[in-house]
Design a protein around this ligand. Structure first.
Ligand SMILES: *Cc1c(COP(=O)(O)O)cnc(C)c1O
Length: 402
């Protein structure tokens, strides 16, 4: 069954995001199935798409949540993900977030520096609690992806080196308020090479063994997310091979594997649908101007990311153009130098693979309301987030006008 974008445009107006929930189910089952041989938890990386209905759908399938703010933790709890399936990651947690995470009794706080470990220890002590900790190791491995989404090199801000990690585990062991339960690494996003992942798993497996020798026994190995998807013609990591290689690299460690995919779950479930306003020619450059913009989907502007684009008309007369939005920035484009057919006012344009890091990165720039989000499941569509109105946008400012 394929989604009728025109029908949805009539019903909900444009622009909108639509997510195929059956695709999300398929992705989840595929990955969970690949790890069948072991105790595993698929902790969905909420930042990829944090719509409550999306998280709820994954919760129903059995997923946990990997969160990078207390807000995301609360979203996960809100839709019924059990605290023992929730991980809190991120390089810069504020005290209040740490406090709340401890009070909410989530599975573990993923610590990314020794300064942060000290903070967590202090706050746990104040609260009279024991903080379950995992430490994010930066294995210094090049994930061979876009530099903005690479996280596994020492030059990136994420995690700590092996020696620091080891010291931090010993600090945990000697603390009344810290309980080291896990180890974590996440080397980047949109990964299409298996080798760097395996090398990282080997590095952290070694550390887990060394820790075991000094009586620090971890229960969880979090191998991060980052599995790539097809935007254009990428050759992907086979999920069965991924799981098998990870389990092989861990050899006989008796430990629960946690995997934190974001993009993999939702990226290709989502389509951003916008409509043509005008065409124009400046000099000899053709522009197709649509009602969606960089504030709705920033990936092309931010990462020069490629999204497959289709104009939903029958015109066969293709020519080179830039597909752009109405926002006052030259960076406001969805594609440059792309072959698109001649368009007319109100023709729909589908921008595919927009389910991850699409809506979650949206803003109100140019006082544009964030767009509607729609779920499509078993042939039925339903609204899962209303289009923002002008009143919504000004709601937090209005009372302060003097
Ligand atoms: C963003 C992030 C993920 C998810 O990355 P994807 O590329 O979307 O799979 C997983 N773990 C951590 C710690 C992250 O920050």
């Amino acid at each position: 069954m394929s989604i009728n974008f025109k029908e949805l445009a009539n019903k909900y107006q444009t622009p909108y995001y639509v997510y195929d929930f059956d695709h999300i189910t398929k992705q989840y089952e595929e990955l969970k199935g690949a790890f069948r041989a072991r105790k595993s938890l698929i902790a969905y990386a909420v930042k990829a798409n944090s719509n409550l209905s999306v998280i709820k759908h994954l919760a129903n399938l059995g997923a946990g949540a990997d969160c990078v703010s207390i807000g995301e933790v609360k979203r996960a709890l809100k839709v019924g993900i059990a605290p023992y399936k929730i991980i809190f990651s991120g390089v810069g947690k504020i005290d209040e977030e740490i406090r709340q995470a401890l009070e909410l009794d989530i599975l573990m706080i993923n610590v990314e520096s020794d300064a942060e470990l000290n903070r967590v220890e202090l706050i746990a002590k104040e609260l009279g609690k024991v903080a379950r900790i995992s430490i994010r190791v930066n294995p210094n491995i090049d994930p061979q992806t876009h530099p903005y989404i690479s996280t596994g090199l020492h030059e990136n801000k994420f995690g700590v080196d092996i020696d620091t990690a080891k010291r931090m585990y010993i600090q945990c062991k000697n603390s009344q308020n810290l309980d080291p339960v896990g180890i974590h690494c996440h080397i980047g996003s949109q990964l299409t090479q298996l080798q760097p992942i395996i090398e990282s798993v080997k590095i952290i497996t070694d550390l887990v063994r060394n820790l075991k020798a000094i009586k620090i026994e971890l229960s969880f190995m979090d191998i991060g997310g980052g599995l790539g998807i097809v935007y254009k013609d990428e050759v992907l990591i086979d999920t069965k091979e991924y799981a098998q290689s990870v389990l092989d690299a861990m050899f006989k460690l008796d430990i629960t594997v946690i995997c934190e995919p974001g993009r993999f779950m939702v990226g290709n479930a989502g389509t951003f649908v916008t409509k043509v306003l005008y065409e124009k020619v400046n000099g000899n450059k053709r522009f197709v101007i649509v009602d969606g913009a960089m504030n709705d989907l920033i990936r092309p502007s931010l990462y020069n990311a490629y999204h497959r684009i289709e104009v939903l008309n029958d015109n066969q007369e293709f020519s080179d153009c830039n597909l752009v939005g109405p926002v006052c920035e030259s960076g406001d484009f969805f594609a440059k130098n792309v072959q698109l057919p001649k368009t007319q006012h109100n023709d729909l344009v589908a921008i595919y693979s927009a389910g991850a890091y699409g809506f979650t990165m949206a803003s109100n720039y140019n006082t544009r309301g964030r767009v509607a989000e729609i779920a499509y499941e078993k042939g039925i569509d339903r609204l899962i987030r209303k289009r923002e109105t002008f009143e919504d946008i000004i709601a937090l400012e209005e009372e302060f006008i003097k």
